[in-house]
Design a protein around this ligand. Structure first.
Ligand code: NAD
Length: 325
């Protein structure tokens, strides 16, 4: 199935979390298409540096606001209607789950409701960035969108998992009851330039350790698996869903699954590091395996990831090398 581009020249798109890792790449791609982009961020985990290259762009505006407190409607960039609203804002790394539990719950609940109301008022397409964490520690492998998940509702990860599950429920509720043109993407582990070296996720942690010649700290035995997706592939998938009339939820990521031990060894080898792989205590409720079933994304959107893990990791290592000096 080929999806025709629906959002481009002259369209106004609101990207929440626009100064974050994935959303800043999304902003780049939307600008590239000719859209006007308003990025809204409170910089809790994002950084102005991620969009510094867009600062002077005539079709880009960065607005500082906390979406959990409502939309800053007094700001001139928010006065006009949006054609699309993409709710990408949320802290997303395991260390954030411990440091920012209430902030995560708020942005994925009241934050989502504020944006859904604005999308209804604007008659905009609404896209909710959900997560593979909605499947929890899955009992079904690979994970299809029909799987309801296995989430510990009071575990340390639950603030994130349940907030995203609430956001999904809210998105579908608004779609059904208010006729909102809404869609949900379930994003699987994505990596690339602009991740924070210290954000606690495996890839930036391993790369930073490898480049500094420090021991690589793999959690548990390292047999747990993830399917890692380069950010350009994810952005392409998200935009296909935005352009389509599908509601989802639709998985987005890659089907290339590897163990954490393999990932650590690949990073050591690609970065030419002398670091040794070591094993540390694994965090609670850490999922055993993760791999999306991408049948829906392929059949409904024509989505196909293109960047191999070696190529994507090489590009990310280069970026971190520049950044860490
Ligand atoms: P990120 O932390 O780099 O980006 C999130 C951005 O949201 C940050 O800039 C942060 O400052 C901003 N933000 C958080 N709370 C906010 C609030 N209340 N108001 C305004 N801005 C706020 O993380 P990311 O990895 O780029 O994730 C982006 C989105 O994609 C998140 O919703 C995340 O849940 C989802 N996601 C990411 C992955 C991944 O592997 N990267 C996987 C699944 C889902």
């Amino acid at each position: 199935m080929k999806v025709a581009q629906r959002f481009g020249n002259g369209h106004r798109v609101l990207v929440t979390g626009g100064a974050g890792f994935v959303p800043s790449h999304l902003a780049d791609a939307l600008i590239e298409r000719g859209c006007t982009v308003v990025a809204l961020d409170n910089f809790v985990t994002g950084s102005k540096d991620n969009v510094a290259h867009l600062a002077e762009h005539p079709r880009f505006t960065l607005v500082e606001a906390d979406i959990s407190d409502g939309l800053p409607n007094h700001h001139p960039a928010l006065a006009q209607r949006f054609d699309a609203i993409m709710h990408m804002a949320s802290p997303a790394s395991p260390t954030d789950f411990e440091k920012l539990p209430v902030e995560i719950l708020r942005v994925g609940s009241v934050g989502t409701l504020h944006l859904l109301d604005r999308a209804v008022a604007d008659d905009a397409r609404f896209l909710m960035a959900s997560t593979s964490e909605a499947y929890g520690d899955p009992k079904e492998h690979p994970q299809r969108e029909t799987y309801w998940g296995n989430v510990n509702p009071i575990g340390v990860r639950s603030v994130y998992d349940e907030a995203k599950r609430f956001s999904e429920a809210a998105t579908m509720g608004y779609r059904r009851s208010r006729g909102l043109d809404a869609a949900i993407v379930r994003i699987f582990n994505t990596y690339g330039p602009r991740m924070r070296p210290d954000d606690g996720r495996a890839i930036p942690t391993f790369i930073s350790q490898a480049l500094r010649g420090e021991p690589i700290t793999v959690h548990g035995t390292g047999d747990q698996t993830r399917s890692i997706c380069y950010v350009d592939d994810l952005v392409r998938g998200i935009l296909l869903l935005l352009d389509s009339t599908q509601s989802g939820p639709i998985n987005c990521g890659t089907e290339h699954e590897m163990s954490m031990r393999q990932l650590a060894e690949t990073i050591v080898s690609l970065s030419g590091s002398t670091s040794q792989v070591t094993y540390v205590t694994r965090s609670a409720d850490d999922p055993e395996m993760r791999r999306p079933d991408l049948t829906l994304a392929r059949d409904l959107l024509g989505y196909q990831p293109e960047v191999s893990p070696e190529e994507g990791l090489r590009r990310t290592i280069d970026h971190f090398r520049d950044r860490l000096g």
